[in-house]
Design a binder for this molecule. Structure first.
Ligand code: MN
Length: 723
């Protein structure tokens, strides 16, 4: 626990920092976020042993002081680990703090998730992916602050973890920070990473810098003196100071120039910041310097007239100082300095002062556009300035294979596109997909950061529906190719059936006969006609030999028959009333009654009593002429008291699976099935089965039994209506 007095002090410090650094603060919300974060993390500790709350608090402080955005981002920083690490939900955050905060917290959580456990070999892709995932720039800025604090406290973490985090920071976060113009964040992240990745070199350079510090400071003071005198005379308001180079940049320079520390000449650096925010003064100061010290022309850079891509502005000028030493002088205004240090965040703060026709505004927007490759010019300008929401890389998404490999796909891609991207065969046989561990329909639209696993089956082939949702060229082409082949096969098969039936009925059709038939049946061409035959949409027998009222039923291999049979056998067959007791009983295939259905018997000639459902259309038609052939029939009453329970099953729709399911159920303690309802699409089936069970244990065992079938992906109970 954090002592009450300490809590108060921490809160006051935070509020004070907000008042000083932010344009406006919702103090109530800030206080509420502070309390919620402390409460949520009260049972957690950091690796250092201190209360976990110190972390989100420190991150919030970094956001206030070092990035200085707005109160929303500070509140989000306080709450950034709450949803991930504690029992508070995002919904709750949204209710308490609004959508913006909830979205930022959610974004920060997701970004962290994406980095976990993945190789960092594709930094550029990651960068793009992050941008495509993130709707609000503040997510990235809060994440930087989070990483900054984790890096500052990395000493408490296990050594192997230290290295991993440091590597990730150096390879991803630092370049990313630079891209956003967060100069100060970038160098600190680099130096901290370097410290853990190459401790020896870091310590050596740090020590040498320290050793020479006094000497350097004295030299700089001497260098500055004549300059300051002149600037004062001119009445300029400025800040001038020596500047130590960052350790990692010294190291990089040593490596690049293949030289030792002592030979790195620009360790001596001075920065002049003009408070007046007038760029012309920078050039005046440049003139003053060059009068006093001799400049080195080819080391002069004017980033004021031509800013860097990340909007960095400054004059870099190297001159020969006392004792012939080289000194790099940077000249910039206060505002340029803020932008160099805080990048995007500084712009955020300055945006209120921007005028529509402000040249800087325009350049800034140009830069954003350049970075983010946004398409529509005027729209983009307005959008970005309005909320800094990012709509980047909207035409690409980045998803992962189960092994963590990154795949780049066009936006709108589905698991089928993903499957074809992996391999033609995977696409060809994909039957289902798990996205982030959950089974989803194949038409599901994927999002950046999704992890996608494809379930394949030899029996599966591309189907027509896929054409409606696949996006990639490869998937489209392959699906079309398959459908064309399939079409040819269907036409051929239909033609064979047709010819076999002609033989059977001893008929012969010439070309004209066929054409007449096609016209009558409204088919444009024979291919279409044959296809309908092979797809069972047309019954050749009906065409060649019109049916009688009670047509002899085809031997129909429908799975439902099998299931119904099992169910009927299990319940012990039907009971027939009165005189017909003991007659042969058959079940009508037109309505396939199952135990539980209201039924009635129909006395046939030669086939005993046929059991129909009471609402069977055939039965109703047949009994129109009179009811004397109808007999009362019913299912036997259940002996034990059973109750009805529902089971939801999802799996691969293979031939015989329904039979397997009903067998597993009915063979287990003679369980009776009340109803079964299956829909299949994309070769996946979705089914609900209601069964009579003795008790929960019975049901549980049944579910376990079904789960053992490899073709079944999920089995769960659902509440069914009572019996
Ligand atoms: Mn954190």
């Amino acid at each position: 626990m954090i002592a009450g007095s300490k809590q108060t002090r921490m809160l006051n410090e935070l509020l004070q920092a907000c008042r000083t650094n932010l344009p406006s603060v919702n103090e109530d919300a800030m206080q509420k976020a502070f309390k919620l974060s402390m409460e949520a993390h009260k049972n957690h500790r950091r690796d250092s042993g201190e209360p976990y709350f110190y972390h989100p608090y420190a991150v919030a402080m970094i956001v206030v002081k070092e990035i200085a955005l707005d109160d929303i981002s500070v509140i989000s920083a306080l709450l950034h680990d709450v949803v991930e690490d504690t029992d508070f939900s995002l919904k709750f955050i949204e209710k308490e703090f609004g959508t913006e905060v909830a979205e930022i917290v959610d974004g920060v959580t997701k970004i962290s998730g994406v980095f976990k456990g993945h190789e960092i070999s594709q930094a550029e892709n990651y960068r793009k992916m992050l941008l495509s995932m993130v709707k609000d720039l503040r997510v990235i800025l809060v994440k930087f602050a989070d990483r900054m604090h984790n890096m500052r406290t990395l000493e408490f973490v296990r050594a192997d973890k230290q290295r991993r985090i440091a590597k990730e920071t150096l390879e991803i976060y630092a370049p990313f920070a630079n891209r956003f113009g967060l100069g100060r964040v970038k160098w600190e992240l680099e130096d901290l990473s370097f410290k853990y990745l190459n401790k020896e070199a870091y310590n050596e350079i740090a020590k040498k810098l320290q050793d020479k510090r006094k000497e350097r400071e004295q030299y700089i003071a001497k260098f500055i003196a004549p300059l300051a005198e002149k600037l004062d005379k001119h009445g300029l308001e400025y800040n001038i100071a020596g500047r130590a180079k960052h350790i990692y940049s010294i190291y990089k320079k040593m490596i690049k120039l293949n030289t030792s520390f002592d030979k790195i000449f620009d360790l001596l650096a001075v920065r002049i910041i003009l408070e007046g925010n007038d760029a012309n003064e920078c050039f005046y100061v440049l003139g003053v310097i060059n009068q006093i010290y001799k400049p080195i022309p080819d080391r002069f850079k004017d980033y004021i007239s031509i800013p860097k891509k990340n909007n960095y502005q400054s004059i870099h000028n190297t001159v020969i100082g006392q004792q012939g030493k080289l000194v790099e002088v940077q000249i910039r205004t206060r505002k340029m300095h803020e932008i160099a240090e805080k990048g995007v965040a500084a712009h955020w703060r300055y945006k209120e002062n921007f005028q529509k026709n402000d040249k800087e505004l325009e350049e800034w927007v140009n830069w954003i556009r350049d970075v983010f490759e946004n398409a529509n010019k005027n729209e983009a300008t307005k959008e970005i300035m309005a909320s800094f929401k990012l709509n980047l890389y909207q035409d690409e998404i980045y998803v992962f294979t189960p092994k963590g490999d990154l795949k780049r796909l066009p936006a709108g891609s589905t698991p089928v596109d993903f499957a074809f991207d992996i391999h033609t065969n995977v696409g060809y046989h994909c039957i289902g997909a798990k996205v982030n561990g959950k089974i989803v329909p194949l038409s599901t639209m994927l999002h950046s950061g999704d992890q996608v696993e494809i379930i394949t089956s030899k029996n599966q082939h591309p189907n027509k529906n896929w054409q409606q949702f696949v996006v990639t060229h490869k998937a489209k082409a392959q699906v079309r190719k398959h459908l064309n082949r399939e079409e040819e096969r269907l036409v051929e098969a239909g033609r064979e059936i047709w010819e076999r039936k002609l033989k059977k009925y001893k008929l012969s059709f010439n070309h004209d006969d066929v054409q007449r038939l096609l016209n009558k049946l409204k088919f444009d061409n024979p291919a279409q006609f044959f296809k309908n035959i092979s797809q069972d949409k047309l019954n050749v027998d009906d065409i060649l030999n019109p049916p009688e009222v009670e047509a002899k039923e085809e031997d129909n291999e429908m799975e439902f028959t099998t299931f119904a049979d099992i169910a009927r056998t299990n319940i012990g067959g039907v009971e027939i009333d009165g005189d017909y007791k003991g007659f042969e009983v058959n079940y009508a295939k037109c309505c396939s009654p199952i135990p539980g259905d209201p039924i009635i018997g129909y006395v046939t000639i030669g086939e005993g009593i046929k059991i129909h459902r009471k609402d069977c259309k055939n039965l109703i038609r047949m009994s129109e002429n009179g009811s004397e052939r109808l007999v009362r029939a019913g299912w036997p009453k259940r002996k034990d008291s059973l109750f009805v329970a529902g089971i939801k099953i999802r799996g691969e729709d293979t031939p015989g699976l329904l039979k397997e399911i009903s067998n597993s159920i009915t063979n287990f303690q003679n369980t009776n099935i009340k109803a079964i309802n299956i829909t299949a699409s994309d070769s996946m089936f979705d089914g609900t089965v209601t069964v009579f069970v003795k008790d929960i244990a019975h049901l549980g065992q049944l579910i376990e039994r079904l789960k053992k079938n490899k073709k079944i992906y999920s089995v769960e109970r659902f509440d069914s209506e009572t019996a």
